[in-house]
Design a protein around this ligand. Structure first.
Ligand SMILES: *Cc1c(COP(=O)(O)O)cnc(C)c1O
Length: 396
């Protein structure tokens, strides 16, 4: 059996999104900046896509949506822009969390080297930021709070509404990396007091290499890319219209079917968590309630996540040990360390992430295969032998 269970890394493009891309490439090949008819038809489509994205996150105006090359670019532009605005006012303090995506953490590192002070909030054992701790961390010099909507490894959903309320009350700009949330759980930038929000098409069955940044009217954005006057002069370069129309189509589809898909995928997730939790010395990482519908993340003591992945792949199961971005490095995931797991346990992690395309049959197949592979690896593991002999103590 073949099972694609790595939807947090990327999703398969939907038929409708693909059709929209093909038809856009054929029909709307004009440059939206051209004044002739073919150009203006493309410009119209571009505006329509902006409207659709804006509607799905309840932005006030389509003019608040800026198209980017993806989630990473949107994160970079949001954070660097607000930092620059803050610096001009003598405000050089930024609050974030310990388990953000590297697109956020590495941008903050860069700012730290330039003299910014960065506070990374604890995410506790459950993988959730405490709004009271956020409030306590705010200083006179704080110019930006950037906290992700939902975590890409353990799927925990943050108290975005509370964080937004606190930031708005204190007059601090609030950005959220909503790449894992968009198209999967409801987003309302007005009700949640979100000032800037990043999203990426390939995480909701849209094409790769395209995303969007929502920036509330009145907040000054700065360019990462200089050139022409596209995107209201905030992001130069001829627009990738086929990808943008594919994204708009996929986002509409995901938002229109969200409730049904969420119930369906949550059911798969809960069955898998139940099925795998019977493995001795295993743990589910992150809060089980405040969690993305399709995310399962577990650790199994005494094994290496990488070996588990290879053996699962041989059984047709496409999984991940955490983030696609850290694979290839031997360091355990910064996300798993941030929720307090010891290094040796964090190494034995498995992330399985699902979409509406997965079936209960696939879940049952995973429930059959994983325990056998874990046992096989444990039988070969010197660490497991020491644990069993009582030479070292079990942590989980
Ligand atoms: C995937 C991801 C990104 C990066 O998005 P790209 O479009 O691949 O650049 C950023 N943040 C989170 C939380 C993600 O899951």
């Amino acid at each position: 059996m073949f099972v694609y269970a790595d939807n947090a890394a990327t999703t398969k493009i939907s038929k409708k999104a693909l059709e929209a891309m093909v038809s856009a490439s054929e029909k709307y090949y004009g440059n939206p900046s051209s004044l002739h008819r073919v150009g203006q038809e493309a410009a119209e489509q571009l505006f329509h896509a902006r409207e659709r994205i804006a509607e799905n996150i309840n932005a006030k105006s389509p003019r608040e949506i800026y198209f980017t090359s993806g989630g990473s670019e949107a994160d970079n532009q949001a954070i660097l822009s607000i930092a620059e605005n803050g610096k001009k006012k003598g405000k050089n303090h930024i609050i974030s969390s310990a388990f953000e995506h590297h697109a956020v953490l590495h941008t903050l590192k860069k700012l730290e080297k330039q003299g910014f002070e960065i506070t990374l909030l604890d995410v506790h054992k459950n993988g959730i930021v405490d709004p009271a701790e956020l409030e306590a961390a705010i200083k006179e010099e704080t110019c930006l709070v950037t906290i992700m909507f939902a975590n890409n490894e353990i799927g925990t959903i943050q108290p975005i509404r509370e964080i937004g309320r606190i930031c708005r009350e204190k007059g601090i700009v609030f950005h959220t990396d909503a790449v894992q949330a968009a198209g999967h759980i409801p987003i309302d930038v007005q009700a949640m007091n979100i000032d800037l929000l990043s999203l990426s098409a390939h995480k909701f069955h849209g094409p790769k290499g395209v995303g969007a940044l929502y920036c509330r009217n009145g907040i000054l954005l700065h360019n990462l890319i200089e050139g022409g006057a596209q995107e209201r002069s905030k992001r130069a370069g001829t627009e990738n219209l086929p990808a943008i129309l594919g994204m708009a189509e996929a986002f509409d589809e995901a938002c229109n079917t969200m409730q049904k898909a969420s119930e369906y995928v949550t059911n798969l997730r809960n069955r898998l968590i139940d099925g795998l939790s019977v493995i001795p010395h295993s743990v589910v990482n992150g809060d089980v309630e405040n969690r993305l519908p399709g995310n399962v993340n577990m650790c199994f003591e005494g094994i290496e996540g990488e070996s588990l992945l290879l053996l699962l792949d041989m059984k047709g199961i496409q999984a991940s040990s955490g983030s696609a971005c850290t694979s290839g490095s031997l360091d355990p995931s910064h996300v798993l360390l941030s929720i307090g797991l010891p290094h040796e346990v964090a190494h034995g992690s498995l992330r399985l992430t699902f979409s509406e395309e997965n079936t209960m049959e696939e879940i049952e197949y995973i429930i059959k295969e994983v325990p056998q592979i874990v046992e096989y690896l444990r039988n070969m593991s010197p660490v497991w032998e020491s644990l069993e002999k009582g030479e070292i103590n079990h942590v989980i």
